[in-house]
Design a protein around this ligand. Sequence first.
Ligand SMILES: *Cc1c(COP(=O)(O)O)cnc(C)c1O
Length: 429
Amino acid sequence: MKNIWHPFTQEKLSDPPCKVVRAQGSKLYLEDGREVIDAVSSWWCNLHGHCHPRIVEAIAKQAEKLDHVLFAGFTHDPAEKLVEKLLPKLPKGLTKFKFSDSGSTAVEIALKISWQYWANQGKQRGSFLAFEGGYHGDTVGAMSVSERYVFTKAFDDLLFDATLIPYPATFSGDDKVEEKEERALGLLREKLKMFPEHYAALIVEPLVQGSGGMRICRPVFLQKVEALCKEAGVLVIYDEVMTGFGRTGEFFAANLAKTNPDILCLAKGLTGGTLPLALTVCTEEIYSAFYSDDLWKTLWHGHTYAANPIGCAAAIASIELLEENPGAYQEMEKKHWHHMKPLMELPNLKNFRVQGTIAAMEVSTTGEQGYLNEISGELRRFFLEKGVLLRPLGNTIYVLPPYCITDEELKQVYEAISLATSPSVLRSV
Ligand SMILES: *Cc1c(COP(=O)(O)O)cnc(C)c1O
């Protein structure tokens, strides 16, 4: 439809969008009769497959009972039950839950909380630390702490200052990983020493940077980052918008990395990929800086649809499904490696990596490196013809499927990758 402006799309240069009429499990069914395997979980949010009956039922039941109510001065069971479910799963100390409705708003809230946390104590900490290649959303604050690249270019003058540290992205057989980590930690140490009491917080996508190209770092790096920040009194924000809810093979990346961030952001997988809902969770210590007789110390921030009861009901059902079958996300790493092994022999592919349910590799290619590499559009078209939805990030191909994907479907996905990157096809794209 001509009146609709689609996200992340240069419409002048793109094929018209595919019309989806229904979806079930890992499959999307298109109006023209085609079936497509959703191997990117519809932007990383779908966990249990599409239209899972348990979540559908929870949504229907809640919609009949309480659709929505303002969340200032009122509360409800779905919100409280959701918090009770999440509390024991989160790293210890994360006990205060602020609801919103997207990953960007969850990050925006984390940044505002960390800024005002210092301001409420009469301190001015005027800047943030973040990582090269990071992506935290499309609102102005979230863009400010993200990599300055194609998504942020038009707005560079509008964004506030953040200091970016290199991200020690690693892969199978990487013999430079320690060197890269040391360099990043050295720079972080230097900044913290040079500008004491300057940074309000450091924000990081723990273990896997999503939009930056499914770049993986080691748990030990996050542990060292945390130690340096704690020593300098800088708050640590984990953006687990993509990594949360089993994506990395553990419930949260923070659990796997054995770290305790001060603030943690959740969205995408929170409702199993059914409804927009987000959370920013922080420590009691942070909250106490806002708890006051002074109205000026309030966090004056809210979203109309905060803690929407139907969204909360969907989230509770989704978490129950994760509790009943943790193997679905814990065992996918093995499956990825099984299918990836043969690809490792191909001359055009390199830098193989898997973190839980996420697998990625790079195509050796010429032209502009990064997100705008022209190969991504060509590959996307090729995969779609093979009945597989994959959206390479530049020359990085990644597989991030719903946890219910069958062995047969996963095989089909990897076969499509193998075909697409065979020398004869690559020459033609
Ligand atoms: C997608 C994403 C966001 C932004 O979430 P939206 O719901 O699209 O606003 C923020 N952080 C990370 C790590 C993400 O992957």
